[in-house]
Write a protein that binds this ligand. Structure first.
Ligand SMILES: [Zn+2]
Length: 238
């Protein structure tokens, strides 16, 4: 066998191992697991946001309720003062009117506050409902996630044996590959899954770049491999 044939055999073993690893990464369960992991993260973020919203709404509500209480108290005081005033024979009509205007203003303010409180309560109710929905969805997703994870673990264990065999095969071939060729292979392998490619129609079949005549002549005349200047793949003449 020639040096090139050993190198190609090595690449074949490498590709087989890559294929096994790739299969494991793209099983149906693994794809579903990836999807549900993403979904879970989104749901966790949504729950976090809803919790913060609910906290903020709760704080705003407490503030409004305190205002409401203060205003109600003020109104009560005004009412009793009004009664005293009305019983007073010396009070003028202007004074009474002024007082009434004041009470009406307070009443309007209280009405506005009540409306705000109601709006906020509605918001809080919706936030709480959304939160419960998100949590229940999240719980279901978590169960499915756990199930898929277990399936993927089994697949991984089963696949590991095949990958170990492929790795051993690769190591066996590796010992037979010319060290210079091997070094080139490892260098090109950093960027390419299939680092050794033939020259086809005077072009690198990896990147389609035209190969200079001098390089082709060199490949034809000697048992050698050369790197493509464009993509760095290892070229050989078929
Ligand atoms: Zn190339």
């Amino acid at each position: 066998m020639t040096k090139l044939e050993y190198l190609l055999m090595y690449q074949k073993a490498d590709l087989k191992k890559q294929q096994l690893e790739n299969n494991l990464r793209t099983t149906e369960s693994r794809q579903k697991l990836n999807k549900i992991t993403k979904l879970l993260r989104e749901q966790q973020a949504a729950i976090q946001k809803l919790t913060e919203d609910a906290d903020a709404q709760q704080t705003a509500l407490s503030r409004l309720l305190a205002q409401q209480e203060g205003l109600s108290h003020e109104l009560e005081l005004n009412h009793s003062e009004m009664e005293t005033l009305e019983a007073d024979e010396e009070v003028t009509a202007e004074e009474l009117t002024e007082f009434r205007v004041d009470v009406e203003r307070l009443n309007r303010e209280l009405g506005r506050l009540e409306k705000d409180v109601k709006g906020l309560l509605d918001q809080l109710e919706k936030t709480t409902a959304d939160f419960q929905k998100a949590r229940s969805l999240g719980g279901r997703a978590k169960k499915e996630y756990d199930r898929l994870r277990a399936v993927c673990e089994v697949e991984k264990t089963e696949g590991a044996a095949d990958i170990a065999t492929a790795t051993k095969e690769m190591e066996t071939v590796e010992r037979q590959v010319d060290p210079t060729f091997l070094a080139k292979y490892k260098r090109a392998r950093v960027h390419h899954n299939m680092p050794v490619v033939p020259v086809v129609n005077e072009k690198c079949s990896g990147c389609n770049m035209s190969i200079p005549m001098a390089v082709i002549k060199k490949l034809n005349s000697q048992e050698t491999v050369l790197e493509c200047e464009n993509c760095g793949r290892i070229l050989y003449q078929k």
